[in-house]
Design a protein around this ligand. Sequence first.
Ligand code: FEO
Length: 407
Amino acid sequence: MERYPLKEDIWWVGAIDWNVRDFHGYETTRGTTYNSYLITDEKKTLVDGVRNGFGPETLRRIGNCCDPKTIEYLIVNHVELDHSGSLPWLIEKLSPVTVVTSKRGRESLEQHFANEGFAGWDIQVVASGDELSLGKYTLSFLEVPMVHWPDSMFTYVKEAKTLLPNDGFGQHLASSKRFADENDMNVVFEEAARYYANILMPFGTQIKKTLAKVQELGLEIDVIGPSHGVLWRRPEDIERIIQAYADWTEFEAEPKVALIFDTMWKSTEKMTRAIEDGIAQEGVRCEVHQLGRTTMADVALAVLESQAFLVGTPTLNNGMLPSVGAFMTYIKGLRPKNRLVGAYGSFGWGGGGVKQVNQVLEDLKLDQVDPLELKFIPTEDDLSACVEWGRSVARRLKQAAEAESKA
Ligand code: FEO
């Protein structure tokens, strides 16, 4: 199978998963890749594995570059199973091979593979700042805990100015082309944003520290080879994706409102459309997502890209509609910050759905507007109140923008 050169003697030998559509709940509508890199230096080295079942594809690509048995090191940047699932199989094919990983990576390998040969693996533990000479190339390691697991590590190939940051800067995007600039850049950046929203949003603080560390180390970067999706090589693309990460960690977003709702008998839907109208009347952009019709991954992306999000639910059995409950659980885990939020919806007799949404928004410590609830079918007066509620949210965004421009 084809292998793709990044730099002299550095190859992409990963696997393309055109069919994956569910990545622990993240709907990967464009599939993904599991990126593995081979350095055919004096000491041949493989950086990261692939998902279980994709080992043979990677091994065939490796076989196009060298005899797999001549590989001396296997770098494990991160032990989540989309990268490590193939390791027991691959290690058997490469053996003897030394597995190089962080202290936490070693612990994680043991916890995952105690029943699959871990005890027999030759493991070398490295820490931030450690270097490993392969011949003409030197690997330098940077532990980046919680970007996005405790074991996460970046590997930097110094002389090739190539950063292999595992899940950092990735996208769930299957493609027959390996480099971002060989693809539709709108799609690439959309998928990079969707990936950040769904995988990395909770870890902004740690990512910010990592970006600062990379800058402090003065790493020159010609190529970024993430573990998913396409690789970044044009200076303008590298600059843009790093800047995008810096903005996302600050929760910079557009002056836009995302309306996220579900409905039972269309009362909450009617409210949504009236709120949308109010927002539009103020000249503020708005997008509407009905849960169950829009993927959760897209809704998370809307939260990343909008300065405000409003959640609408009817009441079912004194609580949220299950689809809204699932979203609130998901968004609670993603921990967005710096957002204006609000809850709204209709109820039949006792209510409870809006209260539950409001409680989650309160737990997230976001800037909240007063909730809006109404009983059964909205009257014309009710709909006017919804329009006014939408307008007031939009005005809050405009006032915040004005204050920021004066600051
Ligand atoms: Fe792509 Fe955290 O695994």
